[in-house]
Structure formats: C-alpha cells, structure tokens
Design a protein around this ligand. Structure first.
Ligand code: C5P
Length: 219
C-alpha cells in the first residue's frame, strides 16, 4: 500500500504520517528531511543552496541514504547522520531553495520511488501525490491556516528557543509556501484525487483518527 500525504509547511503532515504508519504498521518516509539534508550537506561544503551552478557541480558527489530505525528515520548525507541538525530555520529556508532545482529533485525522487517499490509506505512531502507517487492508493492534502501553523510551531519551539517569535515564524512559513508553490518543477499543489484535510480546528488525535479511518476503509 502507498499513501501520499502532502501539504504546506508546518501543517502537521509528519506527525500524522508517522502516527498513521505506526498504527497501520507501514514504513514512513519524510521526504522533507531529504531536501533538508541536501541543503545541510551543501552548506557544509560552503555552497549556498540557492547557488544553482555550485549545487549542480557538487550534486553528483552528494550521497544520501535513509535508514529506518524503530519507526523513525535517519538521513545519512555524505556519510554523516545529519538528522539532529536539519530542523533549524536556516535549513528550512535552504531546503526550500535547493528544492527549486530540478536536478536535485530528480535525484531525491529516484530514492523515494525506490523506497516505495520495496515497502508499503506512507510518504509525506509537497509533490508525493502529484509527482512522486501519482498512483498512490490514497492521497491526502493536509493544511491549516498560516497563523495556526505558526502557533503550533511556536508552542513546539517555546521551551528550547525562548526568543522564538510567532510573527516571524508565520512570515517564514508564508515565504516558504510561496517558494514551494510557485516553482516550475513539481510545485506544492493538491492532487486532483487527494482528500483535503483542513486541520485548523482539529487536534492531533482527530486528524490521526480521520486519516487512519479513511485508510482502513481503503485497505
Ligand atoms: O516538509 P519539510 O518542511 O521538512 O520540507 C522542507 C522543504 O523541502 C520544503 O519547504 C520544500 O521546499 C522541500 N520539499 C519539497 N518536496 C518534498 C518535500 C519537501 O520540495 N516532497
């Protein structure tokens, strides 16, 4: 079974995808982590993720591997486990910048399709239903208002980043959505056959129950 979960930044896709994968005993692939890892690896080499020429010349030597580890996922880029380092605002922006480059996407999409060939999988991202797995068994497009997405992110960050600012988070989210939905190649878009889930007024459990209920009906 192949399940596609797409949507804009901070909509809670990963939380839902992970929970659904656990509940239904499927593998889970967070494709955003792969774009984040690519941005991180480029920055480590001194390359700006938005510098298309430099990224293209480094791309053939970029290695990436996904390791499934007790229900969660690790991303190994250029031989390093980058998982703990890819959740910063700098890397979010870098991921969105590098994701515009079609050659980067093709390289990562290959790995994503390869994973889907080998496992029953829940995959979350921006272009899973429209481009990576157009034949997925079921597709969801999970969204919420930008303010609500910023509020959730703010609550997550507040403990560890006391200077977190909800307005700044909202601006970053809106900017990233714009880059993601206006790029030419495989932009963020709801697939025609995707089920729209607006989670603005739903809590985590309600979203998980709703999504896994629909998947169970399909099985
Ligand atoms: O989902 P996450 O916020 O971790 O994704 C980081 C960035 O990676 C997104 O803003 C988007 O630019 C890019 N991305 C993408 N296609 C995907 C997954 C993520 O372009 N399938």
């Amino acid at each position: 079974m192949k399940i596609a979960i797409d949507g804009p930044a901070g909509a809670g896709k990963s939380t839902v995808a992970k929970a659904v994968a656990q509940k239904l005993n499927l593998n889970y692939l967070d494709t955003g982590a792969m774009y984040r890892a690519a941005a991180y690896a480029m920055l480590k080499r001194g390359i700006e993720p938005s510098d298309r020429t430099a990224v293209l010349s480094a791309l053939p030597s970029l290695s990436m591997e996904i390791v499934y580890d007790a229900g969660s996922q690790k991303v190994i880029a250029d031989g390093e486990d980058v998982t703990p380092f890819i959740r910063t605002a700098r890397i979010s922006k870098g991921a969105s910048d590098i994701a515009v480059i079609p050659e980067v996407r093709l390289k990562l999409v290959d790995l994503q399709r390869n994973a889907a060939q080998h496992y029953d999988i829940v995959m979350d991202g921006r272009d899973i239903g429209t481009y990576v797995l157009p034949d997925a068994d079921i597709k969801f497009f999970i969204t919420a208002s930008p303010r609500e997405r910023a509020r959730r992110r703010f609550l997550e960050l507040k403990e560890t980043v006391p200077e977190a600012d909800i307005d700044e988070i909202e601006r970053d989210i809106i900017a990233r959505d714009k880059t993601d939905s206006t790029r030419e190649f495989a932009p963020l878009r709801q697939a025609e056959d995707a089920i729209l889930v607006d989670t603005t007024d739903m809590n985590r459990e309600q979203v998980i129950d709703f999504v896994s209920g629909l998947i169970a009906e399909k099985k």
